[in-house]
Each structure stands twice: as C-alpha cells, then as structure tokens.
Ligand binder design. Structure first.
Ligand code: LLP
Length: 420
C-alpha cells in the first residue's frame, strides 16, 4: 500500500499527490528531474524517534540528505546532527543546529576539519584510530581546547544488509575492534587535551531486522561496565543509525519504537545518555524523484523506457542494485509491460529499474521514483556534464524550492584553464 511508504503520498482521482500537492503540476512548473520532499513526514519521523527514546539525543545523519532546509526541519523538531565532514558541519551550522548537539564521525578527518570542529565547540568526536587520537590531542592543545571524544568500536556484528553498507564487521575499515577498545580508551585517557565522554558504535545501514542491534548493544554495554569499573566517566552511549526503510512493496517500514523495544531493555542500569544517528529512516521515504519519459525503444526481447533522470541523479540502483519502486504520476488503464527504466548516461549500468512491470508509457509521461529522500540527491553528481536536479520541499499543500536547478554556468564556476 502506498501509505506504507509515506502517509502523505496518495492518488487523488488517478493523480499522484504528495502532502496535498499534485506532482504533475510541480514537474510542469519546475521541470524534471525533480526531487520532492514531504516536510510533515520528516517531522513525524523525528517525533517518532523522540517518543520511542525519551531523553535520548537524536542526531540526524546529515549524509543522508544535506540540504540545509532539510537539516533545519530536523533542528526545528529538536534534533542534533551527525556529521562526517567539514562540509556537513558547515551545512549543520547554517541550518542552525546547536554545536552542543553535533557529533562527528569518519575515519579520515583532515587537520582543517578537526580545527573547524574544535573551534565550533561540537559535542564530541567519534574517533576511529590511535593516530586520530594523537592528532586530535595535538590540535586541541594548539587551540587551547579539550576535545570531547567517544571511541567508535566495532562490535563484529553482521547487520545482514548489503555488504557495501555493513560497517560493524571485523573486516570493515570502521572503528576499533571492541576487544582492543579498553587499550585505546586507556591511551585516550592518558592524553591531556582529550576528555573521554562516550562510546560510539554503528553497525550498518538499511537494517530491517532489529536483532543485530541487540547483539551490538549487549557488547557495548559490556564495554561500558568495564570502563566504569576503571573509573571512566562515560556520559554518552551512541548506537549510531541504520534502521532500514520500506523500498519494496513486500517490505515493511520498521518504526523507531520497534528499535526501542529491542535495545532499551539492554540499556537498563546504564547511566549514560543515549545518542542515535538516524538518516535514512528520517528522510528516505519523505522523497520522490520525478522524471519524464523521453523515448521508448523496443528491441524485440527488451523494452526500454528512457527517462531524463540518470545514475548521476540517483546512483543507488547502479551502485547497490537497489530497488526503488516506480509509479506513474498519472494512473492509466493502459496494459502493463515489463521494461527496463534507463537514463540518458553513457553507461550500461545507468538504470533506475530493471524488468519492471509498468503501464505502457508514452513520450512526455511522468514517473515518480520512491524512497529517494536519503542518499538520492546527496550522492548525485554532474557526470556526463548534467546539471544537478532541483529540490523542492512541500508542506501542507505549499511548496518551496530549496535548491535551484543547476545551470551550466554554475558548473563552470571553476578556476579558468591556463591559456597559451
Ligand atoms: N552514523 C554513521 C556513523 C554512519 O556511517 C551512517 C551511515 C549513519 C549514522 C546513518 O545511517 P542510516 O540511518 O542512514 O542508515 N549510501 C548508502 C548508505 C551509506 C550509509 C553510510 N553511513 C545507501 O545509499 O544505501
């Protein structure tokens, strides 16, 4: 059912609407490809996290969708930000997120980024290696600051998701092996410009079954107990993000309360504030990508529908063979056929959907690709020199452009080539 993706997405008299706005009208007004996001959905999801986890700090994972207007919505609902770069720090501050609600992860923070985050006085750094502890300690000393740190531990739990988005297994580059963590904590505790305040762990993304969270939480709580015993003052336990969403019609959209039921009992007796870093489960099903049919091509055994959105706009199908549900913006009673929905990019991997049953399309028809609010625009590029798409936020029947469609002149805002 459509409402299981997003309760604000519906057909009214055969026309697809998002939060009270007809999508065909938006596509005609603003052109395609067009990302459209529903504000109320985003607000509802943050509220659902806050209700399920009273007292926790919900740090929206900016990497999922870094548009400052989206981050500002999260801020209005009381969320902080989980960032992985100086750019994401900039966007979060621009959106008004309080530095005291910003947590910073990432295996390769640069000197400049570390300085920027220290000067901004963020809540904490999620540190991933000994070397990073040293660098952070040095930079903090130079700036006359004390850096608050959590160590990102890798609990070696299989989140049963796509291998590219599993992060908590032994073989991944992320975090410190949980068995080694005590040594690393002792080392961090010996560095005079660091203040150890937390434990961080993130096992992966698009996790539909909450049992791996239980296992990871148990391991983190064991570590917490050891740290307390050794006299560390652990104020925060950060269990990362990763809750999955409905992409396929037969999947369900797990709720924050399902996650809470799984992990809160494990945290009984822990006297630290819980931090969570949800991204996809906040914005994923808030967004649709509108695209227009350009050409139809019949190769006998294969029918191709060529649309104006390509892998530069939405790379998930090409990169992870991800499934995104596709709907006609105007319902029709035409017969259904199996097609490959492909983009205009010069790559065989440039597809949005393969072997998909869709009503017979005509040139000019509009399609909506669902579940693209997270890792959609954020992973888009200008490959084949295609300007990036326009983004629109709708709220209760009104819309606001939150990123203009890129012009060629924006793309060429670069250092001019040397002449002669
Ligand atoms: N915290 C950390 C440390 C992370 O690495 C991530 C995601 C999150 C939080 C947020 O996870 P979420 O709640 O959104 O699952 N591009 C991929 C997803 C990569 C996720 C990377 N890390 C995709 O399109 O599926």
């Amino acid at each position: 059912m459509l409402s299981e993706y997003n309760p604000y997405l519906e057909y009214r008299e055969g026309e697809l609407y998002l939060e009270g706005l007809p999508l065909k009208g938006l596509a005609e007004e603003l052109g395609t490809p067009l990302y459209v996001y529903s504000s109320s959905y985003i607000r509802d999801r943050i509220r659902a996290y806050k209700e399920a986890f009273p007292g926790a700090l919900i740090c929206y994972a900016v990497k999922a969708n870094f548009n400052p207007h989206i981050i500002a919505l999260a801020k209005e609902e009381g969320a902080g930000a989980d960032i992985v770069s100086g750019g994401e720090l900039y966007a979060s501050l621009l959106a008004g997120i309080e530095p005291s609600k910003i947590v910073y992860a990432g295996v390769g923070k640069t000197l400049r980024e570390v300085e920027y985050a220290l000067e901004s006085d963020i809540l904490m750094f999620n540190v991933e290696s000994y070397m990073e502890l040293d660098v952070l300690n040095q930079v903090a000393g130079k700036l006359g600051k004390k850096a608050r740190v959590a160590i990102r531990v890798n609990p070696d739990v299989d989140p049963k998701t796509h291998p590219y988005i599993s992060t908590g297994m032994k073989k991944s580059k992320f975090g410190v092996d949980i068995k080694e963590a005590m040594r690393e904590y002792r080392y961090a505790g010996s560095l005079k410009n660091l203040k150890v305040v937390g434990i961080h762990c993130h096992i992966g993304s698009q996790i539909l079954d909450v049992s791996p969270y239980i296992e990871a939480t148990q391991k983190v709580v064991d570590l917490y107990n050891q740290l307390i015993k050794e006299g560390f003052n652990i104020e925060y336990i950060n269990l990362g993000g990763g809750l999955g969403i409905k992409y396929k019609p037969d999947q369900s959209n797990p709720e924050p309360k399902d996650l809470a039921e799984a992990i809160l009992p494990e945290l009984k007796g822990v006297n630290a504030r819980l931090v969570l870093e949800p991204g996809r489960s906040i914005v994923g099903n808030a967004g649709v990508l509108l695209t227009q049919v350009q050409f139809l091509k019949d190769k006998g055994h294969k029918h191709f529908v060529i649309v104006d959105a390509g892998m530069n706009d939405l790379v998930r199908p090409a990169m992870y063979q991800a499934y995104h549900h596709v709907l006609p913006v105007i319902k029709s009673d035409r017969a259904h056929v199996k097609v490959d929905l492909v983009g205009p990019i010069c790559e065989t991997g440039d597809f949005l959907a393969l072997d998909r049953e869709l009503p017979i399309m005509e040139r000019g028809d509009y399609l909506a690709v669902l579940s693209v609010g997270a890792y959609g625009f954020a992973m888009s590029s200008q490959y084949n020199l295609r300007p990036r798409a326009c983004e629109v936020l709708v709220e209760k029947g009104y819309h606001r452009v939150i990123r203009e469609r890129e012009e060629y002149s924006h793309i060429f805002d670069v250092v001019p080539p040397l002449k002669g």
